[in-house]
Design a protein around this ligand. Structure first.
Ligand SMILES: Cc1cc2nc3c(=O)[nH]c(=O)nc-3n(C[C@H](O)[C@H](O)[C@H](O)COP(=O)(O)OP(=O)(O)OC[C@H]3O[C@@H](n4cnc5c(N)ncnc54)[C@H](O)[C@@H]3O)c2cc1C
Length: 410
């Protein structure tokens, strides 16, 4: 056991911590990163199913729309380290990227390990020291800065960056330690809830269709006053518990905060409601063709049968015999099926955490704590969460970078 003294100590070698370490060390700051896990960047390694969707291909302004209420706060750091700049950065550190479906940006190698390795290599090459298997157990303020307790002794530093992530996927080791550290130092915490998380719905017919997937639906989470809280557009997967896939995950954070909520699904967003109605009306000319077959030109047959049953249209109903009331019910089912959301699958299955250190307590340009001199906070431990598609790594990268730049010039 021996004590260490450094200028900057970063807690957490994840996306934010590694970018911050590379940036601060390159600017000449004596930097030590403490990582609780046996290796760095565990969440980077599992991101995007092991392929790592590291940002999104769009303008900064459009990207910012993906963070809800945190949008204004994230604007300065994201303008300075934009999705395009992130791609250039990865190109420079040996990870060329490409744009895939839904504007998601991936490493050309399709390897999350390449992303993690490049960030780690860059930080070490710049002069940062990284200790793995080195959990911070406690943080205290001292006369000259901070003392961090680790199993191998104390680390003393004049500047501290908390980049310990959220508490989703706790089996990876991210169990929300940063909230405790921030609290000990005087910050408040907005209650963390799981986000980008599958939804549990009460409709048995959805669970019976487990495994059915749709390439693109539109979803809306609505509350008791019918207010749309959040919406999404993308692939959807029906599961034995409810709904998964991007169009469901995007609603998870808002769903976790509401006591009563419903999801409205437009199964056919690319066909306007009037066109659906007209098609079903004109199907009259198809005579004895089953109406289920007509709708199955658009949607998977199993789903069509379930929708017909749900709205009380007999499965064998012929196109020429569809009463107006049944046609209207079917149009409504196709364009706006409403399902009650009973909950989410929780932190164990959540990709990110909503909640954390309130943004009002952290400077949006520098990530400096407005309560504690010498303290900076970056990444998912902060109270923002982005939608699916590279938004969360992008936010971790740009807040980590902003913190390091400010630390280097402090
Ligand atoms: C399954 C899954 C898939 C995902 N896929 C994507 C994706 O494709 N694209 C995307 O943009 N986002 C994705 N995300 C989200 C993204 O990984 C996170 O938002 C991002 O990694 C957050 O970065 P961070 O640096 O703030 O935290 P993290 O990357 O979680 O890093 C925090 C680090 O701090 C360490 N730590 C925690 N406590 C301590 C302590 N006491 N002492 C020392 N170290 C500590 C942790 O071990 C961890 O390494 C995914 C998440 C999951 C779970």
């Amino acid at each position: 056991m021996s004590d260490t003294t450094v200028d900057l100590c970063i807690l957490g070698a994840g996306a934010a911590g590694l970018v911050a370490a590379g940036t601060a060390a390159a600017a000449g700051v004596d930097t030590l990163v403490l990582e609780k896990g046996r290796q760095t960047g565990i969440k980077i390694l599992i991101a995007g199913g092991g392929h790592c969707n590291l940002t999104h291909e769009c303008s900064v302004n459009r990207m910012l729309e993906g963070y809800g209420a945190a949008r204004p706060w994230l604007t300065p750091s994201m303008k300075r380290f934009s999705p395009k700049a992130v791609r250039r950065h990865f190109d420079r550190i040996g990870v060329p990227t490409y744009v895939g479906e839904w504007e998601k940006v991936w490493p050309v190698s399709r390897s999350a390990k390449d992303v993690r390795n490049a960030l780690e290599r860059d930080a070490i090459a710049a002069g940062a020291a990284i200790r793995t298997d080195a959990p911070a157990r406690g943080v205290e303020r001292t006369r000259r800065g901070f003392a961090i307790t680790t199993p191998d002794g104390e680390v003393h530093c004049s500047r501290l960056l908390i980049a310990t992530g959220g508490r989703s996927y706790p089996k990876t080791g991210t169990t929300g330690d940063g909230y405790g550290f921030a609290r000990e130092l005087g910050h408040s915490i907005v209650e963390p809830v799981p986000a980008l998380v599958p939804l549990v719905v009460d409709a048995p017919w959805v669970r019976e269709l487990s495994g059915v997937s749709l390439a693109a639906v539109r979803t809306r989470l609505v509350n008791t006053d019918d207010t749309v809280c959040v919406e999404s557009h993308g692939p959807l997967l029906l599961t034995h518990k409810g709904l998964s896939g991007p169009a469901a995950l995007d609603l998870g954070g808002a769903a976790a905060r509401l006591a009563k909520r419903w999801v409205d699904i437009d199964w056919l967003p690319e066909v306007p409601l009037e066109a659906v109605r007209a098609r079903l009306r004109d199907a009259h000319a198809l005579g004895r063709t089953r109406i289920a077959r007509v709708v199955a030109e658009w949607l998977p047959e199993r789903l069509v049968i379930a929708l017909l049953r749900d709205v009380g249209v007999p499965e064998e109903r012929r196109a020429a015999e569809l009463p107006v009331a049944e046609r209207d019910a079917l149009v409504r089912a196709i364009k706006a099926t409403r399902l009650r959301v009973d909950g989410t699958l929780g932190f164990a299955k959540a990709e990110v955490t909503a909640g954390g250190v309130p943004l009002a307590e952290v400077d949006q340009d520098t990530m400096a704590s407005s309560l504690v001199p010498g303290l900076w906070i970056a990444g998912e431990v902060l109270d923002y969460d982005g939608r699916l598609g590279g938004y969360n790594l992008q936010a971790a990268f740009c807040t980590g970078r902003a913190a390091a730049r400010a630390i280097a010039s402090a």
